[in-house]
Design a protein around this ligand. Structure first.
Ligand SMILES: [Cu+2]
Length: 76
């Protein structure tokens, strides 16, 4: 089990949180998704993901893009 922290740009409300959570949860290997929404102008939100399998940066990037946002950074 590993923990991955994502910085996501463009999220503004609970609906954004739901979209991101949904898309990330669909990735095989992702167990839990927890979003710390930053509502200020130009602030990035922090998304914490726990995994039980190999999850690539590409998969994370695709999921965030699918939700309509921009993945700024990945910390493992
Ligand atoms: Cu929103």
């Amino acid at each position: 089990m590993a923990n991955i922290n994502l910085e996501v740009k463009g999220m503004t409300c609970g609906h954004c949180v739901m979209s991101v959570t949904e898309e990330l949860s669909e990735i095989s290997g992702v167990d839990t998704v927890s979003v710390d929404l930053a509502t200020g102008e130009d602030q990035n939100s922090n998304v914490s993901v726990t995994t039980s399998g190999e999850v690539t940066d590409d998969a994370l990037n695709d999921a965030i893009a699918e939700a309509g946002f921009e993945l700024v950074s990945v910390s493992r």
